[in-house]
Design a protein around this ligand. Sequence first.
Ligand code: DC
Length: 203
Amino acid sequence: MTGFTVAIDGPAAAGKGTLSKAVAAHFGFAHLDTGLLYRAVAAKTLLGVEPIEAAQRLTAQDLDDTDLRTPEVAQAASKVAVIPEVRAALVDFQRAFAARAGGAVLDGRDIGTVICPDAAVKLFVTASAEVRAERRYLELSAKGDPSTRGQVLADVQARDERDMNRAEAPLKPASDAVLIDTSELSIEAAVASAIAAIEARRA
Ligand code: DC
């Protein structure tokens, strides 16, 4: 089954990561969290590297950095993601991953629209900003991060604004994407609806 690609897009903290991992495990597909690419570039810029150069020199090892999940890196990732040359430098890696034999799940912002417009299945996972912020707040506070609820909501809204309104590859559902609103869905229910959408395309 060469090149069976599942594209999962959506805003920050909508549950894409959890859903993508569950779907990949269910079907035995490989999974790439493309946000990590932008986070890894951002982490380098916070150390003083120029963003385009950081993107062009990115290696797979850079994705293993355990400090990529901080709010500071997330905001910086959303900022470097606006730069067309940064996005361009990351395209080939993502497309090669998508084409791997055995199937692949890629999650991000522009997978169904730009990176893999021919993906077999496209899902757009969303939830209200308040629900997403609350989930992210609980996740961060469990890790000991001191951010307040208000700060986390403001961060989510700032990233939404930037990710949806940039000129290059803005966050939006592909015209043929299946929408999954997780605001009032349990993880199990969201995973079940994603699996059903994929099964329908595989049939
Ligand atoms: O999914 P994430 O929260 O790890 O993504 C971090 C930032 O990276 C996000 O705010 C915008 C950017 N991004 C992007 O522009 N395109 C992608 N495919 C994935 C992430």
